[in-house]
Unconditional design. Sequence first.
Length: 449
Amino acid sequence: MPEPKIYSVAELVNRAHRVVEQTFNGVYVEGEVTNLRLVSSGHAYFTLTDGGALLPVAMWRSALTRLRFRLQDGMRLRVFGRPGIYAAQGKFQLYAERAEPAGQGALLLELERVKAKLASEGLFAASRKRPIPRWPTLIGVVTSPTGAAIHDIIKVARRRCPVHILLSPAQVQGDAAPQSIILALQRLQAVPGVDVIILGRGGGASEDLWAFNDEALARAVAACPVPVVSAVGHEVDTTLVDFVADLRAATPSHAAELVVPDRDALLHRLQHLQHRLALATRRRLLDERARIERAEHRLLTAARRLVYTPRRRLAALFARLDAQHPRQRLGRDRRRLADLLARLGAHHPRRRLATTRARLLAAEAALRRHGPQLSQPARVRLARAAGALHALSPLAVLARGYAIVTAAATGRTITDVTQVTPGDELHLRLHRGTLRTGVLARDDADDTA
């Protein structure tokens, strides 16, 4: 009996590797990614499973960099590669050359591609979003006529404010849904008076909402001349239509709240604004009245300053003018003349002589009364005093042939020829009596030399 052929481990593993390579030159394998490891060298190691078996996969760095998506655990992949046996570990594995998401993953990858394309064209830009009318009179709705979305929209709209709602029915799920929605949208655009359009459907699984990720539908919504509000699914659901629409609502009911104004809230706000307006008007009137009163006060003060001051100046000028009037000046001059005449009369020689004579007569009478009673020394002193008085008396001077000359008009004593002019009348007081005479001529020569 011949001896069996004995293989070394390496020989057997290498031979099995060649058999596998020759049998499977390149194959596609689909499964779910598990146990993903990204090592520092840039290679990726993971396991594909379909629930019934496990297939280790190695993807070198060169192949990994060509992927258009990021590998993640739980992702379903369709991998193309060459199966083989890794001799160092004796492990059967697939050497992946390329990969793409399978099933839902492929759809998500295509969705990301379309989203990036539309974003690069500016269809998601906030600058192109149009405002929603505050008081729409006709609201268009694109949705299924039998779904819950239209009932929710009508219920909310009736509660908030009665408006007209025009339904354009469309299929919102399935392969024909995108084209059906586009046609419904175009029908509403052709109706005059439509102010805003709600495009929506109720919640569901992500594959049920996939029609709203259609590129043609997204472009139709972006090109719609009427503002569009998207209300697809629930708040956590996001589709391409949400990005291109002018406004996104979490649900169809929320869309109705955003589009239909709340009449009660607006009436309450209107009453509040009316109250504020009344208060502001009253405050403004009070402020204006106070401003007018201040202006009137300033105007009155200015008028007084402009009128009363000139009036006082005019009165002062009239007083000064009246004080300079010839009548006033004549009156003052007359009073001054009378005062001067009175003073002159008090100092006139005639009056002084009369006063002195009266004093002398009184003294003489007193002397006569008391003379006999005086002693001899007293008589001597009296005689001496009488002699001195007689020597100083003007009458004694007049008795020696002198005379006192006064002007007849003024009574002034004349002591110089320059005080008279030819024709003046003079009074000459002699020792006994008075003479009236006139000046015939004046000799200005000084004879005292």
